[in-house]
Design a protein around this ligand. Structure first.
Ligand SMILES: NC(=O)c1ccc[n+]([C@@H]2O[C@H](COP(=O)([O-])OP(=O)(O)OC[C@H]3O[C@@H](n4cnc5c(N)ncnc54)[C@H](O)[C@@H]3O)[C@@H](O)[C@H]2O)c1
Length: 370
């Protein structure tokens, strides 16, 4: 970023009049859920409201925010049309192209990840593709903005449902007293027709737990229940509760109640080696443990502090001292910087929700695995 800024190629501004000089606009605003679980499109709406003030002939506009099919046409195009300043597909071009980013990933970056682009009209798609092709190695044109919007939701729904399935596998294996991690590794040796997903303490991030709900919301309005999404969502949402029962069981086996026990949560970010807390299951696990009277602390090398309901918590300063003091250590996020064998060595009890301890956690009386 510093290099691009120094070279005069990149600058940031909150002054929308900069759009007067822009021929091409990408919109990547957040698309969260409201408290009620409905899509919150207010960021797309406010960005479009600013845009309509400065839209001019010759402009190409691409929405990248994940959203339900129809948003680009029903919300953005409708507002842009109202200005009477431009005519879509003729003197301005509007398209949707989903952001496909896996934060922290080094092998698949913006440059080499294929980019799906769908225009409001064919000309819109062609102009947007011509623009993005200057920077991205592979462009995948599709026939409409709606196809591009829906393709992103298929990608994320696919992940959400498969994570739900493998989480349910973990619940079933627990009852059957079978090691789910060994089952998954065995199944993953099949060279075709299987894709490996792993269970965990619940879904996190601003995409996988949220985006499929944009789709189910849209379908509800059409009197259709997106059953797979609702089922997977129910299983995934309950995983933090399941983790808490594992902590309770582990402590129980050592003759301790959860209430009053010191519990150290390792990893607060929603996935390893990043600092993103959004929708992290760690927040749910911490909240549930506190409600049951546990004395909870956390450690995360990437997250110095966090807000859990009304409480601000700080990552413990001395990891190994806290591991040694805790009645139970719960591994929620398997950051690669942790020395898991040292943690196992000094902990009294470890609940490992990510198989971070690998085989050393297996058949170990002080380890409870998911
Ligand atoms: N980050 C990812 O890994 C990722 C991956 C795939 C898809 N997405 C999608 O991309 C979208 C953005 O996600 P994000 O993680 O970058 O969100 P973010 O919250 O990190 O960033 C959004 C940016 O939009 C700005 N913003 C908010 N309202 C605005 C407005 N009215 N006008 C102009 N700017 C405004 C904010 O200041 C912020 O800089 C979401 O729809 C998300 O689902 C993100």
């Amino acid at each position: 970023m510093a290099r691009l800024v120094a070279a005069g190629k990149l600058r940031a501004t909150t002054d929308f009049s900069a759009l007067n000089d822009a021929d091409a606009v990408s919109i990547c605003v957040p698309t969260p859920l409201r408290k009620t679980g409905d899509p919150d499109l207010s960021f797309i709406v406010s960005a479009t409201d600013e845009l309509v003030r400065f839209v001019h002939p010759g402009m190409v506009i691409v929405l990248e925010s994940t959203t339900y099919p129809g948003t680009t046409r029903e919300i953005m195009l409708a507002k842009l049309n109202e200005t009477g300043k431009v005519s879509v597909g003729e003197n301005f071009f509007l398209a949707f192209s989903p952001e496909r980013v896996d934060p922290g990933r080094k092998d698949w970056t913006t440059v080499n990840t294929p980019k799906v682009i769908g225009g409001i009209t064919q000309a819109c798609g062609e102009v947007a593709c011509a623009w993005y092709a200057q920077a991205i190695q592979k462009i995948v044109p599709v026939s409409s903005a709606e196809v591009a919007e829906m393709a992103k939701l298929l990608e994320n729904t696919f992940r959400m449902i498969n994570i739900g399935l493998v989480n349910e596998m973990a619940l079933m294996c627990d009852r059957l007293k079978i090691d789910v991690w060994e089952v998954i590794d065995a199944a993953a040796t099949k060279p075709f027709g299987f894709m490996k997903f792993t269970p965990g303490p619940g879904l996190g991030g601003h995409c996988i737990p949220i985006d499929p709900l944009y789709l189910s919301w849209k379908l509800r309005a059409l009197n259709y229940t997106a059953r797979f999404i609702e089922l997977a969502s129910e299983i995934n949402t309950n995983m933090p509760r399941y983790v808490v029962t594992k902590v309770q069981d582990g402590l129980n086996d050592q003759g301790k109640p959860l209430k009053g026990s010191q519990v150290l949560v390792l990893g607060a970010a929603y996935k390893p080696d990043i600092d993103d807390l959004r929708e992290s299951p760690a927040l749910d696990v911490i909240g549930l443990l506190k409600k049951k009277g546990a004395l909870v602390e956390y450690h995360d090398p990437y997250v110095p502090s966090l807000r859990q309901e009304d409480d601000v918590m700080h990552s413990v300063p001395d990891l190994m001292a806290s591991v040694g003091q805790a009645d139970c250590v719960v591994i929620i996020t398997n950051h690669s910087s942790y020395d898991y064998s040292a943690i196992l060595e000094s902990a009294r009890l470890v609940v490992d929700t990510r198989n971070a301890l690998k085989t050393s956690g297996k058949n170990n009386p002080k380890v409870v695995r998911l």
